[in-house]
Design a protein around this ligand. Structure first.
Ligand SMILES: [Zn+2]
Length: 411
């Protein structure tokens, strides 16, 4: 593991001794005072990547906690699928799918959870908590079950039933909040302070970004280089902040000569980060970022993004940008991705695929570019959401004639 040099406030730049503060700079408050973990980066003497490390613990040399504190579920180490036929169809030099739907609880959130739970154990915290649109919650519930730690979960009432089912199965204490994700988030924060729980919520806990950055390390290691662009869905901003931070640290430490442009995708109806990015480009302040949010992609239905400062600044630093897509495009992307690539992602997970068309059409990506789409959540998390509008399979009698008729009808 790497002992952090400091925890730095993203707004005022004040540096705190590592572990002296959990979540945010007391002067700037939340979310302006979110913290970033800083290291003294340099290749010399670091065992990075560690060939003996399992899953994301291969990269422990750039993580704030070592594998000895980890629980047994294996986060990270997901496949990177080359898709030459899709690359050709989109007119790209190369296209890969980073399939983070294959994490232990079915979403990319397991990366941040793995590191946050290991940190909680290192710090001797005895209970954890989290607010989530669903995936981070089921992730924390699973890792706490594996570690024998109690956890307290706050989800909005519109969280899909399969995600709530995971929580219940893992034995979490679940509070379904009769309100939005943003209200559940605020309640989880207040309750964690009241009861002393270690809060894993995205955007609040800086350890989540530390775990999330390992997806960048895996892409770099597998390709033997960094691609020209990476595309990922954005809700509260913690995942894209991690993607960017990973690549920026690879450059800072001398492992990579450059960073890929990182593009964030949001639903048109829940685009607070994309709008904050546009304001930042015009020279305006990032905060406050708060707007109504509505989209069928529940995982990215966030109106008050908690990690917006990092999600905007880091993306700007990579030279990337933001794209918004309409709900029907998200749905069509999830269905097309399943049909053409064999990867079953939830609508938010397939958002990068929806954005790709637009980025190519606008000339932001083209024949010189090798592009990685990060697929963040499994379609099994919300199967009815993904298959909306698709025909029901016919019910047939158990005889061969019915099969023959079906084959003649549908091919
Ligand atoms: Zn500050």
């Amino acid at each position: 593991m790497a002992e952090p040099k400091s925890f730095r406030c993203v707004t005022c730049g004040r540096e705190f001794p590592p572990w002296s503060v959990d979540y945010f700079c007391p002067r700037c408050g939340f979310p302006a005072g979110n913290l970033e973990v800083r290291y003294a980066l340099g290749r010399g003497g670091l065992d990075f990547p560690d060939p003996e490390g399992v899953g994301l613990w291969r990269y422990a040399a750039l993580l704030p906690v070592g594998a000895e504190h980890a629980v047994r579920l294996r986060a990270g180490g997901t496949p990177l699928y080359p898709c030459p036929e899709l690359a050709e169809a989109f007119g790209l030099r190369g296209l890969w799918l980073k399939d983070d739907t294959l994490q232990p609880t079915g979403s990319c959130k397991d990366r941040g959870t793995a590191v946050a739970v290991a940190v909680a154990r290192r710090l001797g915290r005895t209970a954890l908590s989290c607010a989530s649109t669903g995936n981070a919650a089921s992730s924390l519930a699973g890792f706490c079950a594996a570690g024998g730690l109690p956890c307290y979960i706050f989800v909005p009432k519109h969280a899909p039933a399969p995600k709530v089912a995971q929580l219940v199965a893992f034995g979490a204490r679940v509070f379904r909040v009769d309100g939005t994700y943003d209200q559940a988030f605020a309640l989880a924060l207040a309750a964690s302070q009241e009861f002393g729980w270690y809060n894993r919520s995205d955007g609040l806990n800086p350890m989540v970004v530390e775990g999330n950055k390992t997806v960048a390390f895996e892409i770099w290691e597998e390709l033997g280089d960094v691609p020209e662009a990476v595309v990922v869905a954005v809700g509260d901003g913690a995942v894209i902040a991690g993607v960017c931070k990973g690549f920026l640290e690879l450059r800072e430490g001398g492992w990579a000569a450059r960073v890929p442009r990182v593009f964030g995708v949001q639903a048109e109806g829940a685009a607070a980060v994309a709008h904050a990015f546009a304001r930042y480009r015009r020279g305006e302040p990032i905060l406050p970022a708060e707007e109504p949010a509505q989209t069928l992609a529940d995982s990215i239905c966030v109106g008050k993004p908690a990690d917006v400062v990092k999600a905007v600044r880091y993306v700007a630093e990579t030279g990337g940008g933001y794209v918004t897509v309409r709900d029907p495009e998200l749905l069509a992307a999830a269905q097309e991705l399943a049909r053409r690539a064999g990867v079953f992602a939830e609508p938010s997970g397939a958002a990068p695929y929806a954005a790709l068309q637009r980025l190519v059409r606008e000339g932001q990506l083209g024949p010189r570019d090798r592009v990685v789409l990060v697929l963040t959540g499994s379609g099994l998390k919300d199967p009815q959401g993904v298959t909306r509008g698709l025909p029901e399979p016919p019910l047939i009698p158990p005889d061969l004639r019915a099969v023959r008729e079906g084959v003649e009808r549908c091919g």
